[in-house]
Design a protein around this ligand. Sequence first.
Ligand SMILES: *[C@@H]1O[C@H](CO)[C@@H](O)[C@H](O)[C@H]1NC(C)=O
Ligand SMILES: *[C@@H]1O[C@H](CO)[C@@H](O)[C@H](O)[C@H]1NC(C)=O
Length: 374
Amino acid sequence: MLMFVALLSLLTVGSARKCKDIMVPVSLTAENAVFDIKAPITKIEVTSLFLNMAQQGRDYSSLMQTGTKEISGDYNLAATYCEPDHGPGRELQIMTHGVGFDRRYWDFPHNNYNYSYVEKAVDEHGYSTLTWDRLGIGASSKGHPIDEIQVYLEIAALCELTKQATSGKIAGSYTNFDRVIHIGHSFGSVMTYALADMYPGMTDAIILTGFTHVFSYIPLFLVGNNFIPVKDSPILAGKYPTGYVASASTTSMFVNFFSDGDFDPEMLELSYIMGQPAAPAELLTVGAPVMKKSGYTGPVLVITGEHDLPFCGSDCYATDSLDGTLPSLLDASKEYFPHASRFNTSVVPGAGHGLNYGYSHTFTFNSMLDFLSE
Ligand SMILES: *[C@@H]1O[C@H](CO)[C@@H](O)[C@H](O)[C@H]1NC(C)=O
Ligand SMILES: *[C@@H]1O[C@H](CO)[C@@H](O)[C@H](O)[C@H]1NC(C)=O
């Protein structure tokens, strides 16, 4: 098997993927949460909101939720479809980025695309890939930061995007993929989890990166980000509606996404310069979709950095708070997938939360691609 993989990489040296940026119009409907919270406008309002959300011993989101409301609308999703030089792959990977990034997270240009998962998946392994800016982020349609841009509507967007990609409606995409794989990072993993649970027929394998079922360390992320109003961000002012919140500095990015010794300082700079804000309601709704067991029956990989701050409190092996018998915090997800055909975990040595941006990305990408080829 190893020899075969090595041979395959030799054969594909010099190949270059073909990628196409596309805009996908979608009509979406979702049952969103209604919060008794105003979009935070000033620095003081933003900090107060996140201090409230991070307060231990109470569930601020639930306390502030007064009900649910059906929300519908027409939106555009910005996506990039890639395939090998010689034509579509037999399998399609659909990737959903997390908070702080956009679809470039999966195909990062720094150092001649050395950090690009897409390049490896397409050029070395022959997959087709579809990356997209989550609804509300990057070049996709923006929306109201409390009422509209919530995990629920974004899950509806992932579902619609998948339908269009597999029915040939996305320009250049092949209709007959043997297998459709969904991969998420962080918030995108929550969405991937929800998709596989709600529409099990839509996906044949899932990879949840930068994720665990342990949500007790999310408050570190919420305060560690040093969120400021998007209008006060030198990078993002003018690009998003009022009420979105952005990272204040490279220090915020370091705290939440990087791990000491595992990164090129230029990557830290770039992560900030190319970073994206969040809608507060994304963070208010992030936990809900994964707190129920999944009916999904395909294979699952959970892969997370050893020093992931939001999902491991910076140590995925410290499991005493849960049940000291689990090998790592990632294994807490196993009971949520009682019907999965296969459940695997991989703790990436030395990595932080932003897996694709660390030196350890080679370990990460190999684990993901090995899992998919098993
Ligand atoms: C993945 O999980 C299956 C059981 O679900 C196990 O048999 C297999 O050895 C695991 N693979 C790795 C690489 O851990
Ligand atoms: C790509 O990244 C890996 C891991 O950080 C490193 O070992 C390798 O030297 C890099 N390659 C290039 C061409 O920069």
